[in-house]
Each structure stands twice: as C-alpha cells, then as structure tokens.
Design a protein around this ligand. Structure first.
Ligand SMILES: O=C(O)c1cc(=O)[nH]c(=O)n1[C@@H]1O[C@H](COP(=O)(O)O)[C@@H](O)[C@H]1O
Length: 274
C-alpha cells in the first residue's frame, strides 16, 4: 500500500486508528479457551467487530512468539484473515527487528516475502546496513523507532551530543538518507505531547505510527494538535484499550464500542484538514 492509498483510506473511513492485536491467552475471555485456536478466534472476532472503524492492524510479535509454534500459526492465520477479508487494511508486524545486513535480510524475507505484510517496525541503532535490507521491497514500509512512548525513551533517545542534537533527531536526519516518506515511517509515542513539534521540524511529511493512547494515557488531542499534517500523517494505535474492553461473551461488541469512541474523536480531529 502506498502513501496516497493510506490517505484515501483515512479520508473514506474518517479514521486513522490502528487496532493493536496484542493478544494474550491469559487475558482473553474464558469461553474462547475451548476453541481449537483461541488466539485466532479472539483476533477474528475483534477484526470483524472493528474493521470498518480502523485503517490498520498491528499484531505485536512478542504476544505470538511467546506461545511457540502455536503462536506463530495464529499470527499467520490472523494476517491471512485480514488480507482475504479486509484487503484495505494496512498491516504492521510490530517486531522491532534490525541486525547485521544478512540477518536483517532474513527478517525482511519472513515479513515481506513469506507473509506479504505491509510494514515492519525496526530499531535503528545498528545503522544503515541493518535497515536497508527491509527497503528493497516496493510498497513495503519500514517503521523506524524514533521517540518511543515509554519512560526509558529518556535513557538514550533524548540524550544530547556535544552540539545539542538529541539522539532521536540524529535518527530522523540520518535515516532520511536511506529512504523517502514513501517507504519509511517513524514511531513516536503518544505520551510525548509537545515533542511532536520537534519531530515535525525534521519530518513534516512522513507518516508517524503513534502508540500510547488508551492504556498508556497519551492524549489523542495533543498528538493531533502537534503532529497532524495535511495528509493526516498519523496512524494512532491502541491495543489494550480496545481489545480488552470486556472479558465476557460480549467482548467483541465492547471492543467495537471502544474503537468507535476513538474513531469519533478522530473524525472530529480530521475536520482540521479535510
Ligand atoms: O512500536 C510500537 O508499536 C510501540 C512503540 C512504543 O514506543 N510504544 C509502544 O507501546 N509500542 C507498542 O504499541 C502497543 C501499545 O499497546 P497499548 O499500550 O496496550 O495500547 C504495544 O504493542 C507496544 O509494544
């Protein structure tokens, strides 16, 4: 999917919501445990209940890999289910990969060749040759960690060099030499508030993947105020805040209500640019 198609989907659905499929066997409703594949059954119900309200899904690999082979199968079935039934959805493999070149090549192969996923999150700290293997696939995206939502973002990302340049700024500047805004996005946490102004100084036109609303307490209003551009430029993720809205047989219905509440706020925010 290219940038224009992404924007068309945002306009059509009046939403820039990404539903995070961080599916934990310990948190899903008990009645699903009797299913042959409870993780997939949960995901399928959540996807069917939310697909018209969001433009992206982000399964986080940790939740699947923690279950071994069964988890990987559920992940693959989930990706295929989205592709077959909701082909307009942008799929993000949240894997935070990145390694020496020939190893990154293998990561890229698994997500892009084998599974045909639209994008993968990548850590920038091993540098150019660790990111480039992901960039040889047309219309596939690298989503590079820039300024994350967690407290630990202060440990490295916000530290300054002798010239006063912060590490996340160096990441934004340098990585723009590797790919354009048609192939690269950046992760910026919703908890970063006014920092979006600094981010936009470096990357005015890029799409940003923004996790951290909902369970982590980030403000959608602030994200939009400081981070929205003329193509929206935001994909805002909520995982726990949507998928675990309820633990009963009505879980999918309640997840839909939570997604609808976020989408309604997004529709309001989009009036600034549409
Ligand atoms: O790359 C990410 O998606 C990510 C980056 C970041 O800075 N913070 C962050 O929370 N995430 C992911 O976004 C999701 C947030 O989940 P909730 O806090 O439950 O909405 C999790 O899958 C995190 O791993």
């Amino acid at each position: 999917m290219n940038k224009q198609q992404l924007f068309e989907n945002i306009k059509r659905k009046k939403s820039f919501l990404c539903v995070g499929l961080d599916t934990d066997i310990k948190k899903i409703p008990a009645h699903l445990l009797k299913e042959e594949d409870p993780i997939f059954a949960f995901n399928k119900a959540i996807i069917d209940a939310t697909a018209d309200l969001c433009i992206a899904y982000k399964p986080n690999l940790a939740f699947y890999e923690s279950m071994g082979v069964k988890g990987w199968i559920a992940f693959e079935k989930t990706v295929n289910y989205i592709k077959e039934n909701y082909p307009d959805q942008f799929i993000i493999a949240d894997a935070k990969r990145g390694d020496i070149g020939n190893t990154s090549e293998m990561y890229a192969r698994s997500f892009f060749d084998e599974l045909n996923i639209d994008s993968v999150t990548v850590a920038p700290y091993m540098g150019e040759d660790s990111v480039k293997p992901f960039l040889i696939y047309p219309e596939k995206w690298v989503i590079l960690l820039a300024l994350t939502s967690n407290k630990g973002s202060h440990d490295f990302q916000l530290t300054e060099d002798v010239n006063g340049e912060r590490l996340f700024e160096k990441v934004l500047k340098t990585s723009q030499q590797w790919a354009s805004d048609e192939q690269m996005m950046y992760v910026v946490g919703a908890t970063q508030g006014k920092m979006f102004l600094d981010i936009r100084k470096h990357v005015p036109n890029h799409f940003l993947l923004v996790p951290g609303v909902g369970a982590q307490g980030g403000s959608l209003e602030e994200v939009c105020k400081y981070g929205m551009n003329k193509m929206c430029g935001l994909i805002v993720n909520s995982s726990r805040g949507i998928i675990y809205a309820d633990k009963t047989e009505k879980f999918a219905e309640e997840a839909r209500k939570s997604a609808k509440a976020v989408q309604t706020e997004m529709e309001e925010q989009l009036k600034a640019i549409l």
